[in-house]
Design a protein around this ligand. Structure first.
Ligand code: ADP
Ligand code: MG
Length: 405
């Protein structure tokens, strides 16, 4: 290759603004599509905040990719802006409880995100007691703000309810004298509320909203609003409708729908196709699911994978020959364990105890790969746990086949 030849492609033939389709891209206001009703209800619940009064505490439920985090963040920042125009000093704090799952981590995150240079208060990353973090948090809130909205996302991932108790009672317990706080809890699990302490429940669930999965026409609009990620004319007409129909049928998850669109573009790139074609969608869906799942189990131990393999095989075997209704079938720990032991023998590996396998299943549940449910088997049997695979079993099987060995 001579120096004058271009080693790199200078112009991407497919994408002009690929960020619009990246995982962490937050669409701006004009690009939030199909959630007007939910946004205005949320705004209504926290509305007193703009006058310096207590916002209602809110709990938002809905499956992943239904726009919960997006809408909560959007409404929170609009609240702060509007309060500001009214001469009210407001702020919001965001905690991802999957990341900050302990009480100490969560309160540390809130305190450091509302702290300002004006306070002289120092919020170290670690090294002080939970009680001290709280004390500093209350001081910052009272000194700096009239109103603060605290978003607790993935709230079901919190280790316990302690922080909810503290936040919900801060006013009446006299921890805060002037600042009003509102809590916006967000959960993918509709059953989360059943687990909450009664007192916390009555105070935190003043308003509840359920975000339904998106239908094909909403997904179509969401993707169309991002179609300027692509060069003019490279998206064939049928691509978005096809992806929307597929995503609506399978899950109604906007994040996954956008992923499919991005992958379809990447497939066009790698095949050097001039346009993104409708036929790429099936393959893009497959790739999106596979990559996402591979990422999810990256770093898991061999035994954790054997356990998952056992559950997946049980499901696939029971689906063979069955017609419908087996998608959500759950299996008991002991059945999974039996097959797991067989897999260990095949792999030439000593099996772990039943108790350890239970823990591994719990870890899969934490990552939302598996869902666990308790059943009572009647007086003779006692109660038992069933585990349901939440992922596409074919995807799991293929990824595990690549990684085990
Ligand atoms: N109504 C919407 N309009 C535009 N994009 C959306 C919408 N809902 C979701 N998205 C996209 O999907 C991603 C996932 O949404 P998110 O709010 O994180 O879902 P959830 O919190 O319910 O899992 C967002 O970052 C955004 O890119
Ligand atoms: Mg979310």
């Amino acid at each position: 290759m001579s120096e004058s030849d271009d080693l790199f492609i200078r112009e991407d033939p497919i994408f002009v603004n690929k960020e619009l389709l990246e995982i962490n891209h937050l669409p701006d206001e004009g690009r939030i599509v199909g959630r007007d009703e939910e946004i205005s209800q949320l705004a209504n619940a926290v509305n007193p905040g703009i006058f310096g009064q207590s916002p209602s505490n809110v709990l938002i439920y809905g499956k992943t990719g239904t726009g919960k985090s997006l809408c909560a963040k959007y409404v929170s920042s609009r609240l702060v802006e509007t309060a500001d125009e009214e001469g009210v000093s407001a702020a919001h704090a965001y905690v991802d409880c999957a990341q900050d799952g302990t009480e100490t981590q969560a309160v540390q995150t809130i305190a450091s995100s509302v702290n300002t240079e004006g306070t002289d208060i120092y919020i170290p990353d670690k090294g002080i007691s939970t009680a001290t973090y709280y004390k500093r948090l209350w001081t910052i809130l009272d000194e700096e703000y009239d109103v603060v909205l605290i978003m607790l996302d993935e709230i079901d991932k919190l280790e316990d309810d302690d922080i909810l108790m503290q936040l919900s009672r801060a006013g009446e317990a006299g921890k805060l004298t002037s600042c009003k706080i509102g809590v916006v809890g967000i959960s993918n699990k509709i059953k989360y509320k059943d687990r909450m302490d009664e007192r916390v429940k009555s105070s935190l669930c003043e308003r509840e909203f359920v975000f339904p999965p998106y239908d094909a026409s909403q997904l179509n609009d969401i993707m169309t609003a991002r179609s300027d990620a692509f060069r003019d004319g490279v998206l064939d007409d049928g691509v978005i409708p096809r992806a929307a129909a597929l995503a609506a049928r399978e899950h109604g998850d906007a994040r996954k729908a956008i992923d499919i669109l991005r992958y379809a573009g990447e497939i066009a790139q790698s095949e050097e196709a001039e346009t993104v074609r409708e036929v790429f969608i099936t393959q893009a869906r497959e790739r999106a699911e596979t990559d996402r799942f591979r990422e999810l189990i990256r770093g898991s131990t061999p035994h954790s994978r054997y356990v998952l393999q056992a559950l997946t095989m049980l499901l696939i075997n029971s689906q063979d020959g069955a017609h419908e209704g087996t998608e959500n079938q759950g299996f008991r720990t002991t059945r999974i364990y039996d097959l797991y032991e067989q897999i260990c023998r095949q792999e030439g590996s000593d099996s772990l105890s039943l108790r350890r396998v239970r823990d591994l299943l719990k870890e899969h549940a934490f990552l939302d790969i598996v869902e666990q449910s308790r059943h009572s088997g009647g007086s003779a049997e006692g109660s038992y746990t069933e585990h349901t695979l939440l992922e596409d079993p074919d995807v799991v099987r293929d990824v595990l086949a690549d990684t085990i060995e």
